[in-house]
Write a protein that binds this ligand. Structure first.
Ligand SMILES: O=P(O)(O)OC[C@H]1O[C@H](OP(=O)(O)OP(=O)(O)O)[C@H](O)[C@@H]1O
Ligand SMILES: O=c1cc[nH]c(=O)[nH]1
Ligand SMILES: [Mg+2]
Length: 208
């Protein structure tokens, strides 16, 4: 399974700012979106283009267009919404497919509460958004849903991943590309990533 650890200095700097114990909701949101933009740039660098001829200011000019049905952005509720604006900065006309899953805090297994895919999933590249890849249960369930809807080209964008989650994903869905700003040390005994960011959903929404 291709895991792309995106090691740009801007990414390393911004993820460091997100780790501060006293980071505000405003700052955390801004950084999540900025990092999402940077990850999107990396995750789309191999998209195919085709040439077309248009009328330019001085006559016909050959330009490039991204080929095919294009992208559906797939935020995993809730925390994935905190990356949406950053992705849409670069892909403003992307269709959105929403997956609502939360992690049961005792079992750590994902619980599904909402799914709405856009049309023609089989023709699209899905870009899953979630700040945290911890045990990998939520991501595995999301990819199962995407594949059931016919989607075959799936990439995921994460701010922080745990080695345990990457391993689980490799076993379940080795065909999925992962783009991540940081791979941290491990999970603690209640399934939180260390050093991690804490509860990303709570920080983005200002809850707790
Ligand atoms: O890899 P996993 O062990 O499945 O954990 C990761 C999931 O946990 C968090 O969501 P959470 O369940 O807290 O929901 P929320 O976004 O509504 O806060 C996070 O945003 C991921 O979706
Ligand atoms: O570290 C973690 C793990 C799951 N969900 C979070 O928000 N943070
Ligand atoms: Mg949460």
């Amino acid at each position: 399974m291709p895991v792309h650890l995106v090691e740009h200095p801007l990414i390393r700097h911004k993820i460091g700012l997100m780790r501060a114990h006293d980071v505000t909701t405003k700052k955390f949101r801004e950084l999540a979106n900025e990092l999402a933009t940077l990850l999107t740039y990396e995750a789309t660098k191999d998209l195919e283009t085709e040439t077309i001829t248009i009328k330019g200011w001085a006559g016909d000019v050959v330009v490039e267009n991204i080929k095919g049905k294009k992208i559906t952005v797939v935020p995993i509720l809730r925390a994935g919404l905190g990356m949406m604006d950053g992705v849409l900065n670069l892909i403003p006309s992307a269709k959105t497919s929403v997956v609502g899953l939360y992690r049961n805090e005792e079992t750590l297994e994902p619980v599904r509460y909402y799914v709405k895919m856009t049309s023609k999933m089989e023709e699209r590249i899905a870009l899953i958004l979630d700040p945290m890849l911890a045990t990998g249960g939520t991501l595995t369930a999301t990819i199962d849903l995407l594949k059931e809807s016919g989607c075959r080209q799936i990439r995921g964008l994460f701010l922080v991943a745990a080695p345990e989650g990457l391993k689980r994903l490799e076993a379940a869905h080795p065909d999925v590309d992962v783009y991540v700003a940081a791979i941290d040390d491990k999970l603690n005994d209640i399934g939180y990533i260390l050093p991690g960011l804490g509860d990303a959903g709570d920080k983005i929404f200002g809850t707790k």
